[in-house]
Design a protein around this ligand. Structure first.
Ligand SMILES: Nc1ncnc2c1ncn2[C@@H]1O[C@H](COP(=O)(O)OP(=O)(O)OP(=O)(O)O)[C@@H](O)[C@H]1O
Ligand SMILES: [Mg+2]
Length: 306
């Protein structure tokens, strides 16, 4: 816990806000049976403004929808928020076949009687959980419409066939969505209106540096700087529409650095993590050229790790 708080304090997140979060935690202590669901995220979220917006909205009882490009930290932020607020987290991956029973629960036959196997939204309602609606725009709108009463001021589960239940006061929902991924849909207005929406900004050089230093404390400064430079070059080209966002893949960069650490040549690793993310041969050439200027062919693991 302390390292996460430290990281937030070091980023200069408003003290008042952090105090309010602590008050929230004191007001809603976690019940013993759900303590194991309060899990510490693997990485701290970097991004003061975005964190402050999300935390302020949640403190005011709002639900938050995080939108933005791939690997902009939406899930990292959602997990950090649940943890910092001291709430059990329920991750709910949305998909096309989602229906109300996968959200709220299904009837099961047990000991000669019908009982409800509680779904994640139901459990959030009971435990004061933070429900993370992952890729919320993958689901069909009518599946999600059962959540209208849950997400607005009524704060209850009100679905035919289920008992009406009120949400615990600490319950919140955080949606994530990546606009324009294959298979995503337009979210309907009624649903969006039930969230405060945060558009995740593109990663800055400073944030990227913080993320990679956190993940690879053993990397050499100069080597890491070239990789950061490479990513920023790609981001600039993508924002000028000279390349698509396919090779602009932070997850891929992180994966590449991991494979360099175990001994792969940097250029081969970057090819797997970045260059080959595009399938267009012309774009691939442009990306290769950018990689060439940052990562010389002769580089080995030694340039990046001891
Ligand atoms: N602001 C950030 N703070 C900390 N880590 C970050 C940040 N942005 C990106 N990352 C890194 O990028 C990786 C991907 O982040 P995450 O899974 O949260 O992305 P996402 O926005 O949910 O992407 P997608 O839309 O593809 O699901 C994380 O493992 C983390 O290492
Ligand atoms: Mg995600």
């Amino acid at each position: 816990m302390n390292t996460l708080w430290n990281s937030l304090e070091q980023q200069g997140i408003s003290r008042g806000l952090l105090e309010d979060i602590k008050k929230f935690r004191r007001r809603y202590p976690v019940e013993e049976n759900v303590k194991k669901r309060v899990t510490c995220p693997e990485v701290p979220f970097y991004g003061k403004e975005v964190f402050e917006m999300a935390a302020a909205a949640l403190l005011e009882g709002e639900n938050v929808l995080l939108t933005g490009g791939k690997a902009t930290g939406k899930n990292v932020l959602a997990e950090n928020l649940a943890y910092v607020f001291g709430r059990p987290a329920h991750n709910i991956s949305f998909h096309v076949n989602m229906d109300s029973s996968s959200l709220i629960g299904t009837d099961t036959f047990e000991d000669n009687r019908v009982s409800l196997r509680k779904g994640p939204v139901y459990l959030c309602a009971l435990n004061g959980g933070f429900g993370i609606f992952d890729e919320i725009n993958m689901a069909k709108n009518d599946a999600v419409s059962v959540l209208h009463a849950t997400l607005d001021d009524r704060r209850m589960i009100d679905v035919p066939g289920y008992d009406k239940i009120e949400l615990h006061e600490a319950t919140r929902f955080i949606g994530t969505m990546n606009y324009g991924y294959a298979g995503t849909r337009e979210l309907n207005e009624a649903l969006v209106s039930r969230f405060m929406v945060i558009d995740m900004p593109p990663i800055t050089e400073e944030t990227l540096n913080a993320v990679l230093t956190e993940l690879f404390p053993d990397a050499k400064r100069e080597g890491l700087n070239q990789l950061i430079g490479l990513f920023m070059d790609l981001q600039l080209k993508a924002s000028n529409n000279e390349i698509s966002t396919k090779p602009l893949d932070l997850r891929g960069l992180i994966g590449a650095i991991r494979t360099i650490r175990i001994g792969l040549l940097p250029r081969a690793a970057i090819r797997m993590g970045i260059v080959n993310k595009t399938f267009d041969i012309f774009e691939k050439e442009i990306v290769e050229d950018i990689v060439m200027t940052r990562i010389p062919q002769e580089w080995t693991r030694k340039q990046i790790f001891d």
